[in-house]
Write a protein that binds this ligand. Sequence first.
Ligand SMILES: [Zn+2]
Length: 310
Amino acid sequence: MPPASFACICCGFTSFTEKPLLKESETLRICSSCGTGETFPVPHPEKLEEQYSSAYYGENNVKFISPLEKMVEGATLRRTWWIHSLISPEGKVLDIGCGRGLLLKYLNKLKHPAFGVERSELAATRALQTEGITIYTKPFVECNFGTNTFDAIIIWHVLEHIEHPSETLEKIYKLLNPSGYLFLEVPNFNSWQSVLSGKFWFHLDFERHYYHFSKKGLIKLLTGKGFAITNIKTFSFEQSPYGFLQSLMNLFTREPEYLYKILKKEIKLPFYKKTFYFLLAGFLLPVAIILSVCESMMGRGGVLRVVCRK
Ligand SMILES: [Zn+2]
């Protein structure tokens, strides 16, 4: 049982259930009130540094095989125009966990002064090669930006990787202009794909994720910090269908993330095994697309995409 002082970071509740993970030494503590999960024991910072290696960000600044790279670029461009359409022209933007800086590069092309924070020096080095954007390699909480500095702050699939999300959100609130926007996305721990696949859920990624947010928990956390939520969606073209597909494949094969590793060129498999994975993916893809759309229609999609105003 967790110690008595242990409280949920989203709602403060102190009663939890525990669920085993793929590694027997690790479990998930799930808040009995809001359903937010926490990896226990917490991922070790040194081990995390190893996880954010060139394999995570891709060799030579390329993360996936070529057609997928194009899809990632297309999705980032769509996100750029979406953010650009909501914030003031030439509004100043900050991307926390900016990776190789693709979004900042596109926003900067639309005349937005663009700043990024990236913990991985490898990814930051790549982002720094992009003209016109400023990258900080310190942890976000140690960066000094002043107050009321940004028109938009983006934190995209990053909050779950952070040991102290509460302090991070407090700092974001201070950094935003009085009418500034926060754009946030995290995996949805209460999605159908998560509930169905349990410890095999693709977006669980418990070796890197400290927290696993539910919709109820995230709303509680954000509103508790003073943010006004203007929009919340649970479908992501980039994340939801693939998340469902990989989770189903994990369930069937009991071999976690093999397709993902093939697409990222992380592993080399014999031809027959590769063919098997692609055939299985082709068979399950329509099912995954249909299910990911259905779960989103029920408000239980694979991600929590939230837009907030200060
Ligand atoms: Zn809670």
